[in-house]
Design a protein around this ligand. Structure first.
Ligand SMILES: [Zn+2]
Length: 163
């Protein structure tokens, strides 16, 4: 027990000193805020609000209880991030799929032969592994008679279903 406790202190200390080291390396007057990608800029304030709200709901107004390990906080943050990522992927893709009938002309052709496709409006479940996590949504597919390939309008390559 004592050894574990000690190990934890050593870990925390290592982290603490490495952070100090990092801060010392920063030039004075350098902006501390990370550069935010353009797509995120308009929702930056909202994200801050959500983060505040999540800390409130998970830990209460006093924040992280004393004695909580940094790794425990880390686990919670990663779990929240994963849940948020998967919800966002699903929402964005599901909504796009719902407008498949009105999709722009370039997306109405077969991506293999550029010929006409038949729409199969019954949505099928999709599951794609992305860099941000697992994307799950329903999407109607289409079929090219010439290529004898079924594919989803949002796919760039045809034939992933039969290969
Ligand atoms: Zn085709």
């Amino acid at each position: 027990m004592k050894a574990m406790w000690f190990g934890m202190i050593v870990d925390e200390l290592a982290l603490f000193t490495s952070n100090i080291g990092r801060n010392l390396l920063k030039e004075p007057g350098m902006a501390r805020k990370k550069k935010v990608p353009a797509a995120v800029e308009p929702v930056q304030a909202y994200i801050e609000g959500v983060a505040k709200n999540l800390v409130d709901r998970i830990y209460g107004p006093e924040g992280l209880p004393w004695g909580t390990k940094l790794t425990e906080l880390e686990d919670v943050v990663i779990a929240v991030r994963d849940a948020l990522s998967e919800k966002m992927l699903a929402q964005a893709l599901e909504r796009q799929a719902q407008t498949a009938e009105q999709r722009p002309e370039p997306f109405q052709k077969c991506s293999g032969c550029a010929g006409p496709v038949e729409d199969r409006p019954d949505p099928e479940p999709r599951n794609v592994q992305t860099r941000a996590g697992e994307a799950e949504w329903d999407e109607p597919h289409c079929y090219c008679r010439k290529c004898r390939q079924a594919f989803f309008p949002s796919e760039q390559e045809p034939g992933h279903r039969s290969r």
